[in-house]
Write a protein that binds this ligand. Structure first.
Ligand code: AMP
Ligand code: ZN
Length: 683
């Protein structure tokens, strides 16, 4: 490949990957699969490594850039980033309407969701992202550019149709699903859980190491002009349409309303949709659409006079903490749980809420017998918001964390830097039961018949002392197992059948089943994709390589911070005494799960075993052809050698190149011929 070709190819790949990122992260309409995306991404990484002089600083491979810092630079906002005046009742909105009507005429209202995140300003110069800043006190905020760059839906560069200099404002948020997953991960690692998605988001943006931010599920919505570049729009709604065209994510819902009554209806409609968005909303924002009227309407020190926030009443319910129990998790972490008087909240009946840890209980001063307000953090996780101290009678009891494991009576310890207390007894039956439950869960080995009570009974009867012992359990013992006064009976056979099927499950299911920290379903899949079988993991060159070369990679493996952590965790699991004995038990049982193959590779047909080089402009992405050729049994090469059977030449391929290929005995074919061969191969 010549310099000019490399440069052109890199530019093509950057544009192509940016396009796919936008389709995936902004429009949620991906047109290629993860595997094809990874092929493009890896080709770009390779070319950028070989031709560093052509590496674009805004290449998708450069989202995590820069070393950890010790402090954030300060950024002055011009104009200031204002807040919004808030209303909590429709009557107050009527006053707003009266004020607007008295001052101007010929206007339309716009109702938008009030996204509950962290406000942010993005500045582009020469259509490239040059700065991202938090609101701070509205006048001066923190420069968080390196962190915001890691958010995949934030465009690093803008299309030519966008103004040269542009500042837009919006909200960074943590997705609700992402928040729940992050919190369970934090807790499983013994760290403090976040109170809500907004705190988790703010904390993620304030990380000094951008790799940590990159590992957090953040997203963005743009809804405001910053100043420069937004002058030409007569209407706010037109501006938002332009934002969208330029590649920014915008809110998926808004309503134009001619009258204040229509505004009320829109606010009610939005409230009914409240839990359907990817972000949490805490209300609606009512704006005037005609931007020409903003100057006349003016602003107060607090916020513009042409907009109002309408806050929804927080969804919360009163209940009573009847007791506080302590659960022992898979890794031994002791978690206090509030057992509540069952109550309805945001569509479900809630009778328990995690209290996270003893520090948290002390901070909130939650006592047994307290009347409390219950909320749903991130719209999903029930949480005690606050204690109604005015309802205390004096009969409430202060909770104390047990000094020994409530299940096995073993020693508990608190590691340095952790909030969690752990039972350190490796034989703790509670830990074992949780581990077996995980082993049997749907995404792991899917042993449906093994519910919590069955597992607990098996552990109590000492039928098993390790998840792998399930494979040695005798059907007669299982048949006779006493489950709260009943025999397990016929269900024993169902379990046996499921265990038999589990032996044949693919690598990623087993890897996940082991329950290694940092190895969730997605990570297990991406690790499995790079290995052949379970026994290859222990000494895996791929995993060692990840650790040695902590570089950002493809979309599903985008968060290298996690991948390196996961690689380390897998390697140290297999290096541990337990990991080694697990592996030899697997060998004794004759189980060595193999990775699922994506698609069978053809061993006959015109391309089987043929070395192929793709060159020139083709009508489809090269990665796509590479995949099809590989499936047809061909081998993709980067340059023509004596082993190359076909040079597939697209448009604009120089004669010297094709002549050189022919001299080496390579057949030069065009795209049409390739397609014919692929068809013949049946791929
Ligand atoms: P608060 O943070 O409660 O003072 O509310 C004001 C803030 O709401 C603004 O500064 C924005 O950060 C945020 N906000 C969220 N969604 C919107 C929206 N659609 N339009 C304007 N501001 C919004
Ligand atoms: Zn224990």
């Amino acid at each position: 490949m010549t310099d000019a070709e490399a440069k052109a190819r890199i530019a093509f790949l950057v544009a192509e990957i940016n396009r796919h990122d936008r389709l995936y992260y902004v429009e949620a309409k991906p047109v290629i699969g993860d595997r094809d995306y990874d092929i493009l991404y890896e080709e770009l990484l390779r070319l950028e490594r070989d031709w560093p002089q052509f590496r674009d600083p805004d290449s998708p491979t450069q989202r995590v850039s820069g070393a950890p810092t010790s402090a954030f630079a300060q950024v002055r906002h011009d104009p200031p980033m204002q807040s919004l005046d808030k209303t909590h009742a429709k009557g107050e909105l009527a006053e707003f309407d009266a004020f607007v009507r008295k001052t101007v005429s010929g206007f339309t209202y716009l109702v938008e969701p009030k996204v509950d995140g962290v406000s942010i300003s993005l500045r582009y110069e020469g259509r490239r992202l040059v700065r991202a800043a938090t609101r701070g006190n509205g006048i001066v905020g923190d420069d968080v550019t390196v962190n915001v760059r890691t958010i995949r839906s934030v465009p690093l560069s803008l299309p030519d149709s966008a103004p040269d200099v542009l500042e837009v404002r919006g909200e960074v948020y943590m997705t609700r699903d992402g928040f729940a997953a992050l919190n369970s991960r934090e807790e499983a690692e013994g760290r403090e859980a976040f109170a809500n998605p907004r705190n988790a988001c703010a904390g993620s943006l304030k990380q000094l190491d951008p790799k940590v931010t990159a590992s957090r599920p953040l997203d963005i919505v743009i809804y405001n002009a910053g100043g420069e570049g937004c002058d030409g729009f007569a209407r706010h709604s037109e501006m938002v349409t332009a934002f969208k065209k330029w590649g920014f994510p915008v809110a998926p819902w808004s309503r134009a309303c001619a009258t204040i009554d229509k505004v009320y209806a829109a606010i009610d409609e939005l409230e009914s949709l409240r839990h359907t968005f990817r972000f949490e909303i805490d209300g609606a924002v009512v704006k005037i659409d005609e931007r020409g009227l903003y100057e006349v309407l003016g602003a107060t020190a607090h916020g513009p006079r042409w907009a109002r926030a309408y806050k929804y009443a927080p969804e919360r319910a009163e209940t009573v903490v009847e007791s506080i129990t302590v659960q022992v998790g898979r890794t031994g972490i002791l978690t206090p749980v509030a057992e509540l008087k069952p109550t309805e909240l945001a569509g479900s009946t809630i009778s328990r809420a995690t209290l996270h840890n003893a520090d948290q209980i002390a901070r909130q001063d939650i006592r047994v017998g307290d009347h409390v307000w219950l909320v749903k953090a991130g719209d999903v996780i029930p949480a005690v918001e606050s204690v109604m101290t005015e309802k205390r009678t004096g009969a409430e009891r202060i909770f104390e964390m047990p000094l020994a494991c409530p299940v096995c009576g073993g020693e508990v310890r608190r590691n340095d830097g952790e909030v969690a207390v752990r039972c350190v007894n490796p034989a703790c039956p509670a830990q074992l039961a949780r581990r077996v439950e995980h082993f049997a869960s749907r995404d792991a080995l899917d042993l449906r018949a093994l519910g919590e009570t069955v597992v607990e009974a098996m552990v109590a009867e000492k039928m098993i002392s390790d998840p792998l012992d399930l494979f040695s359990v005798r059907v007669v013992d299982l048949y006779a197992l006493d489950i709260s006064g009943h025999r397990f009976g016929k269900n024993a056979q169902t379990v046996m059948d499921a265990l038999k099927a589990a032996r044949e499950l693919p690598l990623h299911r087993w890897l996940y089943a082991v329950g290694i920290p940092n190895v969730g379903v997605t990570v297990a899949k991406s690790i499995a994709a790079e290995h052949e079988k379970f026994s290859d993991l222990a000494d895996s060159p791929v995993l060692k390589n990840v650790l040695a070369n902590d570089e950002l990679k493809g979309r599903e493996r985008k968060i290298l911070a996690i991948k390196a952590e996961a690689a380390r965790a897998v390697l140290s699991f297999f290096a541990s005494d337990y990991g080694r004995s697990f592996l030899s038990r697997m060998a004794e049982l004759g189980i060595d799960p193999i990775a699922e193959k994506t698609a069978p590779v053809a061993s006959t047909g015109p391309l089987a075993g043929a070395g192929c080089v793709l060159t020139g402009a083709l009508s489809r992405p090269r990665g796509e052809y590479a995949k099809l050729i590989e499936r047809a049994g061909g081998v993709i090469q980067s340059a023509v050698t004596k082993k190359t059977r076909y040079l597939i030449a697209g448009e604009n391929v120089g004669a010297t190149k094709t002549e050189k290929a022919r001299a080496l005995g390579t057949e030069v074919i065009d795209e049409a011929r390739l397609l014919a061969m692929l068809a013949e191969s049946g791929t």
